[in-house]
Design a protein around this ligand. Structure first.
Ligand code: 3AT
Ligand code: MN
Ligand code: MN
Length: 528
């Protein structure tokens, strides 16, 4: 461990070995995870290693090529190096089949970001087995997305203030961040955080097995999503890592069982830390609720362990915190039963019941007539949904506004402007729904409408005893403010993009939100 003799900011809760029963349930947990298909095949795993080997060589070739073009000698160009670091789920060792490999390319100071998007991107297009290459240089964290031999990869780049990048370079030293472009600092962050998490857990294999379980559970319960105000991969990893620190000799079954009860009982907003927050060499903000009111507003702060310390759970709202707390409780109850033998692990991974839970739902419908634009527009709307959730939380009679973790995409083939307008409003008649692409081809005034619908479940306060008249729910203010706000997007164009918020009863939910056979029987009959 570290100099104090343990991992983390407090001594462990228990250092005992796991019991026989905990060992038994760990075996059944691993069996269940295999059944649930969270592990990739050995073949896929080998393909990843081959692809990574080729990519590492390609980055060196890229650095060498640019070095020569800058007039460096043959010897200096060869010595300039270049190295890849993986991060994300692959680096943590918890990726599923088909997951991407998040890869950071570290280059010396004479190689620029423009070179990365011109030279390296062009080199990627020439790689054998490459099927996709798309650079997004203008993103907050610039990225090249590719697919090689069926493996998706996200490439980031960081240019260090060094004349060469040796093979044994480590990114741990905070001083490496000095004098770097902000985009490079952001690109380095993912890798530095993952590496630090792995250094801060007492047993990496136990951490991995436990995290796989928690990731699957959070996905099934529809609480795995940073944009929507739940937790993303890094935050879940840090929570599991903290439990591993508190029980350094426990095995996965025991970690998972402690995870739920400890997270259920956690005294938020006390932060989850994997180590003490440190200052560093940059003029950047380090998370500090004493200093910054914005940081004080974080409800469930989970703080990244690499400098500069940041809160990974900035998006959590009162509603999503309530929802996650309830899920922690349910998880704790199920795991208790698993330990005494009255439940099986599969119960922990049961699908959420979001579309059965509420009487009223809000639909947020983003639409355009262009598939490329739709991706950007729907992404913009999605990233603002938590703002709507927070506004709804202020409405008196609403106890909870529950955002669903993903949008539902649809293409409607319309024959008239009236139909286009109806679809944008969420009114898709059976005639439109049944129409195919061929049915509108070559017809005058015909067009396709791409729409993405997001859902927010509304929990309404029970009517006060003795109150007269119907309970009134007025959400016009939050919804109007929300549509105004999303229209402030820099690329917004009133004539090309639609945004509609409307509320529906649960009986008005479309079939597409349910799995086959999932819709309550009564409603199926009514619709036939
Ligand atoms: P998967 O197994 O790939 O689904 P993951 O945890 O690897 O899970 P991602 O590949 O989406 O998830 O992301 C890996 C890391 O990249 C997580 C975060 O540090 C960073 N990251 C992801 N999306 C963004 C983004 N939009 N902006 C900045 N950083 C991001
Ligand atoms: Mn990934
Ligand atoms: Mn990725």
């Amino acid at each position: 461990a570290t100099q104090q003799g343990y991992y983390g900011v407090t001594p462990p809760i228990a250092t005992s070995e796991s019991s026989e029963r905990e060992k038994e349930v760990t075996v059944t947990l691993m069996e269940e995870l295999r059944q649930q298909n969270v592990f990739e095949s050995e073949e896929e795993s080998r393909t990843r290693e081959i692809v990574l080997g080729r990519v590492a060589a390609l980055v060196k070739k890229f650095v060498r090529t640019v070095s020569l073009a800058r007039g460096l000698s043959e010897a200096a160009a060869n010595a300039a190096g270049g190295k890849i670091f993986t991060f994300g789920s692959y680096r943590l060792g918890v990726h599923g089949p088909g997951a991407d490999i998040d890869t950071l390319c570290v280059v010396p100071k004479h190689v620029s970001r423009e070179d990365f998007f011109d030279v390296f991107e062009a080199m990627l297009r020439e790689v054998e087995g490459v099927t996709e290459v798309s650079g997004v240089p203008e993103a907050y964290v610039p990225v090249i997305k590719t697919k090689i031999s069926g493996i998706p990869l996200d490439f980031l780049m960081a240019r260090l203030a060094l004349s060469s990048i040796p093979d044994d370079l480590s990114l741990q030293d905070d001083n490496l961040l000095r004098n770097l472009d902000e985009r490079c600092v952001r690109s380095l962050n993912g890798s530095r955080v993952t590496d630090e998490i792995l250094r801060l857990v007492p047993n990496v294999q136990v951490f991995r097995d436990s995290l796989r379980c928690i990731k699957l559970w959070a996905t099934r319960r529809a609480i795995y999503s940073n944009v929507n105000g739940f937790l993303g991969g890094v935050a879940w990893a840090m929570l599991v890592a903290r439990i591993c620190q508190l029980y350094p000799n426990a095995i996965a079954g025991a970690i998972v069982s402690r995870f739920f009860i400890i997270m259920y009982q956690w005294s938020w907003p006390q932060p989850v830390l994997l180590k003490q927050i440190e200052e560093g060499p940059l003029q950047v903000r380090v998370w500090n609720p004493k200093l910054y009111p914005g940081d004080r507003s974080h409800r469930m702060p989970i703080i990244t362990p690499a400098y500069p310390a940041m809160c990974a759970t900035h998006n959590v709202t009162a509603s999503t915190q309530m929802i996650m707390t309830e899920e922690f409780k349910k998880g704790a109850d199920i795991v208790d039963k698993v330990i005494v033998g009255t439940a099986s692990w599969s119960e922990l991974f049961e699908k959420h019941d979001f579309f059965h839970k509420y009487r009223y739902y809000l639909q947020v419908i983003a639409s355009t007539g262009d598939p490329e634009l739709q991706i950007k527009w729907a992404g913009t709307v999605e990233s603002r949904i938590r703002q709507l959730v927070m506004k709804l939380e202020y409405v008196d009679s609403l106890t909870l506004a529950h955002p669903f973790v993903k949008g539902f995409e649809n293409v409607s083939y319309c024959l008239s402007e009236e139909e286009v307008q109806a679809v944008a409003q969420g009114e898709i008649s059976d005639a439109i729904a049944n129409r195919k692409k061929e049915d509108i081809e070559g017809k005058e005034g015909a067009s396709a409408v791409y729409s993405t619908t997001f859902y927010i479940g509304l929990a309404i306060e029970p009517k006060q005893p003795g109150a007269v008249g119907p309970r009134r729910l007025d959400i016009s203010y939050p919804t109007t403010e929300f549509t105004k706000m999303v229209k402030l997007w820099e690329h917004f164009n009133e004539s090309k993009m639609g945004i509609v918020v409307r509320h529906i009863k649960s009986s008005g939910l479309p079939d597409c939100v349910f799995d086959p056979g999932e819709r309550p029987a009564k409603l199926v009959q009514k619709r036939v």
